[in-house]
Design a binder for this molecule. Structure first.
Ligand SMILES: *[C@@H]1O[C@H](CO)[C@@H](O)[C@H](O)[C@H]1NC(C)=O
Ligand SMILES: *[C@@H]1O[C@H](CO)[C@@H](O)[C@H](O)[C@H]1NC(C)=O
Ligand SMILES: *[C@@H]1O[C@H](CO)[C@@H](O)[C@H](O)[C@H]1NC(C)=O
Ligand SMILES: *[C@@H]1O[C@H](CO)[C@@H](O)[C@H](O)[C@H]1NC(C)=O
Ligand SMILES: *[C@@H]1O[C@H](CO)[C@@H](O)[C@H](O)[C@H]1NC(C)=O
Ligand SMILES: *[C@@H]1O[C@H](CO)[C@@H](O)[C@H](O)[C@H]1NC(C)=O
Ligand SMILES: *[C@@H]1O[C@H](CO)[C@@H](O)[C@H](O)[C@H]1NC(C)=O
Ligand SMILES: *[C@@H]1O[C@H](CO)[C@@H](O)[C@H](O)[C@H]1NC(C)=O
Length: 436
């Protein structure tokens, strides 16, 4: 039985209070104070569908949304924001000010990028170009930021998501006009591969991703003799160009679909990449190496060191269950390099959810499903998002004989898989079958 619970992050109510007393910079320090509050709330976390307890004393969760400021627009952006109105409001909630840094990698930034891609794609129907020029791009990105901020999104989205206005141009891609695009690309094939994707199968078989790469490579070759490009030093430039053309191709795909469908496809594609990489920054492991020295003769010392280490990881970000697997593997590799060869995860009961952001205490982690849903907002529960609480899976300690497996094959090696994971249609991940 899959156990997906709606993990109510009422924490944010307290963060609102906290924020009014302290600068954003104090936030992580504030966590310590917060934790007592949050821990006392934990029993109130209720399963999906159950009546939600309401916290007295909390400010209205609607406050940041009702007083939405009128965005100050440049008037110089040529895009039609009306076409993506609903995507923009979803993005604003995904990137809501307090959570944005912790949801950046998995939810906020992929959603922002999808929205920008769809915005330009949809506008190409009228402009016949799949890119903005540099000047217009600057105005448009500023306008998008203003609109999102007006709806509660964080004010430093550009930094959090490392986006600048060149992301809205053609960059180094030599094709931006629709006519050129149709001349060069087998658009029927591309659309067939990408108009609808299975977000799980796509990550394994890459049907749409391969079609996009093929189209991007094709248009990237415009104006250059491909056969002449064989000098190794040309390679990096070529791959940057293909990557820039990939954005053009994505915009074209987005122009051919309803915005809501385009969003599903784009998020499905970005998810494949998100799940491939552990986004955490690993501090030096020497304290763990010290604590676990001498063949772990002192278990207490070893596990204390390990717990302390893991608690640093837990301040960083919400991550998905598949990312947690990557993270466990990465950390194991580091530990092995510092001569820890035995399974410290098993010894110290480290589970997958220990790698994700913890609110409150060890029991309150939220590991996101491999296909994370958008954050939602309602008056009663505030901002919430789904966590995969079917996550008490011991972090696997990779054995030396085992080769790194591809993400679509990962669960094959995980012990204690939840039953859902053995379902034929979703055997590759923990939670895919439980989402929607
Ligand atoms: C709404 O926001 C504006 C500008 O941020 C502020 O001046 C005003 O007092 C706010 N109104 C309420 C009711 O909070
Ligand atoms: C923007 O798009 C909306 C909906 O697609 C359409 O009704 C409206 O006319 C467009 N506005 C402009 C200025 O093109
Ligand atoms: C950029 O595009 C706008 C609108 O299409 C146009 O008015 C402007 O002249 C262009 N600027 C440059 C530098 O090409
Ligand atoms: C945007 O970022 C890229 C690198 O990511 C950089 O090369 C470029 O100069 C930046 N453009 C602007 C307009 O800041
Ligand atoms: C094991 O480590 C703990 C904590 O570092 C220490 O208090 C304890 O004395 C150690 N035990 C032994 C047998 O060395
Ligand atoms: C690992 O152990 C070997 C042999 O005991 C030793 O030579 C090496 O310096 C150790 N490496 C680290 C990083 O502690
Ligand atoms: C998954 O792993 C099995 C063997 O462990 C291999 O035969 C199969 O080709 C892999 N599937 C994919 C999609 O990588
Ligand atoms: C497998 O999952 C599908 C939906 O993904 C469901 O319809 C089916 O009943 C499941 N089969 C088993 C044996 O649980």
């Amino acid at each position: 039985m899959p156990h997906l619970f709606l993990f109510l992050l009422r924490l944010f109510l307290f963060l609102r209070v906290l924020e009014s007393h302290s600068s954003r910079f104090d936030y992580l320090e504030g966590r310590v104070r917060l934790n007592n509050h949050v821990a006392s709330m934990l029993p109130k976390i209720s399963p999906l569908g159950a009546p939600q307890p309401f916290l007295p004393l909390a400010p209205s969760p609607l406050a940041p949304f009702t007083n939405t400021s009128e965005p100050k627009l440049s008037g110089l952006c040529t895009l039609n924001f009306t076409t993506v109105e609903s995507l923009i409001s979803v993005t604003a909630i995904d990137c809501w000010e307090v959570f944005a840094p912790f949801l950046a990698n998995v939810i906020c930034c992929p959603q922002l990028e999808a929205t920008l891609t769809i915005l330009i794609g949809q506008s190409s129907k009228y402009s016949d170009v799949l890119a903005l020029n540099g000047t217009v791009a600057k105005h448009c990105l500023a306008d998008v930021e203003q609109i999102l901020m007006g709806q509660g999104a964080t004010s430093n989205l550009k930094q959090i998501c490392s986006i600048n206005s060149s992301k809205l141009t053609e960059a180094s891609c030599p094709v931006k006009n629709l006519n050129d695009f149709y001349d060069m690309v087998d658009t029927t094939k591309l659309l067939t591969a990408c108009k609808k994707i299975d977000p799980v199968k796509e990550c394994c078989y890459q049907v749409c991703q391969n079609a996009i790469l093929e189209a991007a490579t094709t248009i990237a070759s415009k104006g250059s003799d491909v056969l002449a490009i064989d000098a190794p030093q040309v390679q990096p430039e070529h791959s940057i160009r293909v990557n820039d053309c990939r954005n053009i191709v994505l915009r074209w795909v987005a122009s051919k679909l309803e915005p809501s469908q385009a969003k599903k496809v784009l998020r499905g594609l970005s998810n494949c990449n998100v799940n491939k990489v552990c986004p955490l920054v690993f501090p030096d492991t020497k304290q763990v190496a010290k604590g676990c020295a001498d063949g772990m003769s002192n278990k207490t010392a070893c596990c204390n060191a390990m717990e302390s280490y893991v608690s640093h990881l837990q301040k960083q970000s919400f991550i998905t269950n598949l990312q947690a697997l990557d993270c466990a593997e990465t950390l194991a590799t580091k530990l092995k390099r510092s001569n820890i060869t035995a399974d410290v995860y098993g010894l110290c009961h480290i589970s997958l959810k220990d790698f994700s952001l913890q609110v409150g205490n060890q029991e309150a982690g939220c590991l996101l499903p491999s296909l994370p849903s958008d954050a939602t907002f309602d008056r009663i529960s505030g901002i919430s998002f789904l966590c995969d609480l079917n996550d008490n899976i011991p972090a696997p300690w990779p054995s030396t004989s085992q080769l790194a497996s591809s993400s679509c094959n990962k669960s094959v090696n995980i012990p204690a898989l939840p039953a859902a994971a053995t379902n034929q249609s979703c055997k590759r991940t923990f939670s895919t079958c439980t989402v929607y």
